[in-house]
Design a protein around this ligand. Structure first.
Ligand code: NCC
Length: 468
């Protein structure tokens, strides 16, 4: 056999092995649809949520599959870091800037501390993943073959008609630069009823009179907590700490009842995607989860759409407004809810806000990210940066308790929940990690990232061509 063929065969075999290995970790796949595209979920009935989670927050021996090979994982990470340093050098050369300039700027962030973050007690692949997330050096190539394939499928489907390629970025901004970019390029926007078709439908009287700001909730938020729904928050004993914040943001159908010790029971804002309002199984109208809190909902319109612009419907010849054809119908419930409960603050995020956030993520990433909106987790985190002076984000960048248990409140095991299939989670998390002003221990033990809110720190707002 010719050497080239041999090489090809060896590569094929290695890929096949990796693929089989990832399949063997899964148990009984079931597919669930989001926005008419499929995301694979792995259901494991009968196992308990705490099965994979350690008793102590430190989480040594987190996984029974973990044995030895500590050095191996470290080497892998170091190799990747070497590669990314070389990439960075190359970019700096291309930019024509002396490399020290950029590097010193990077050191101004607290990442120097995080670079020493170590993690023990995982199987090799998982340890590699967590470490890379902590170091901000994760690439799609470290995902399992099935997640890589899903990412590829979303890229080629490009359901929301995102302008791809042109926006790929470098990933070398320092923490303060990133913070500033987010603040100036992704200013918070909600539907205020002033634009068509909403103006014509009388929405200026339907939406809350006060804009989405702490004042609308009768307070000034010094400290805020964002609580991710990840299974890894189980056994964290973070409940009391979370409740001690001025405001707490939770997501979708994540409950507190029965989980107070780990997630607390205070909820100030609940951020919900449009599925919650559209799908009967969520009992949006009757569930107590959505009452006595500020509600913020979102649904993705096509990437470059003005609200009053008609767009082509997939595989149909006619065009429609986002209002007539949202991903999931949130408008019917919204109108009813606002009429029935005019005193409860309830906002819908402007779809351009979601895509501005997406733009920032892509412009800080060298790889093409999934052309789908950021997850609620990222949206909620940046939203709270706009409302609070300091934000603690829990179990987004995973702690040492990391597990494939999707949510702390249900028995679904799927690595996509943490690393992303539909949403560009891997890249969102690295962006947030890069702005982290907290310590390595906070990250490892609490899964806690500390972010400064968007204060008046002299960032200059960039002009925007989006209709917000
Ligand atoms: O799962 P979800 O998110 O409700 O979780 C809220 C946010 O927490 C972060 N998260 C969650 C699990 C995990 N293991 N790690 C995490 O970091 C994510 O940032 C996530 O956004 C969503 O983003 O709105 C999402 O909603 C669900 C689902 O619609 C709702 O839970 C309602 O059932 C989506 N799942 C499906 O559509 C099947 C999920 O993709 C994203």
């Amino acid at each position: 056999m010719k050497p080239r063929r041999k090489l090809l065969l060896a590569a094929l075999l290695a890929w096949l092995l990796l693929f089989l290995l990832s399949l063997s970790l899964d148990k009984g796949p079931e597919a669930v649809a989001w926005g008419k595209l499929r995301v694979s979920l792995t259901l494991t009935p009968g196992t308990t949520g705490s099965g994979e989670v350690p008793d102590t927050p430190q989480g040594s021996a987190l996984d029974p599959r973990d044995e030895g090979g500590l050095e191996g994982g470290g080497e892998e990470v170091e190799e990747e870091e070497g590669r990314s340093r070389r990439r960075e050098k190359q970019q700096l050369k291309e930019e024509g800037k002396p490399s020290w300039q950029k590097r010193t700027r990077g050191i101004r962030s607290t990442q120097a501390a995080q670079e020493r973050c170590g993690v023990a007690g995982f199987n090799l692949r998982r340890r590699g993943l967590v470490q890379r997330l902590w170091h901000g050096s994760a690439s799609y190539s470290i995902l399992s073959p099935s997640l890589q394939l899903e990412r590829m499928n979303y890229l080629s489907a490009n359901k929301h008609q995102v302008a791809l390629q042109a926006r790929r970025g470098r990933g070398s901004r320092s923490s303060p630069e990133l913070h500033c970019q987010l603040q100036s390029e992704a200013r918070l926007g909600t539907l205020d009823g002033s634009q068509q078709p909403f103006a014509g439908l009388g929405w200026s009287r339907l939406v809350p009179r006060r804009p989405l700001a702490p004042a609308a909730m009768g307070s000034d938020f010094k400290t805020c907590a964002v609580v991710m729904s990840a299974g890894a928050i189980l056994n964290s004993s973070l409940g009391e700490e979370i409740d001690s914040h001025d405001a707490v943001l939770r997501f979708n159908a994540a409950p507190t009842k029965g989980y107070e010790r780990d997630v607390g029971n205070k909820t100030t804002i609940r951020l919900i995607n449009s599925q919650i309002m559209a799908l009967r199984k969520h009992h949006f109208n009757s569930s107590f989860l959505y009452q006595n809190v500020t509600l913020v909902a979102w649904d993705p319109a096509p990437y470059s759409l003005n609200l009053s612009e008609r767009h082509n419907i997939h595989s149909f010849s006619h065009t429609m407004l986002w209002y007539e054809n949202p991903d999931f119908d949130l408008f019917t419930s919204y109108v009813r809810w606002r009429q029935d409960r005019p005193d409860q603050p309830f906002y819908i995020l402007h779809p351009a806000y979601l895509w501005r956030l997406w733009d920032v993520i892509q412009s800080n990433t060298q790889e093409n990210i999934q052309p789908n909106p950021p997850s609620s987790g990222f949206i909620g985190t940046v939203l709270m940066m706009a409302l609070c002076r300091q934000v603690h984000v829990y179990e987004y960048v995973p702690s040492a308790r990391q597990t494939d248990l999707c949510h702390y409140y249900e028995e679904i095991h799927d690595e996509a929940c943490t690393l992303g299939a539909y949403h560009p989670l891997l890249y969102e998390k690295q962006l947030v990690q890069r702005m982290n002003a907290g310590t390595c221990d906070d990250l490892r033990v609490k899964g806690r990232v500390t972010l400064q809110g968007f204060g008046s720190d002299g960032c200059i707002a960039a002009p925007s061509n989006r209709d917000m």
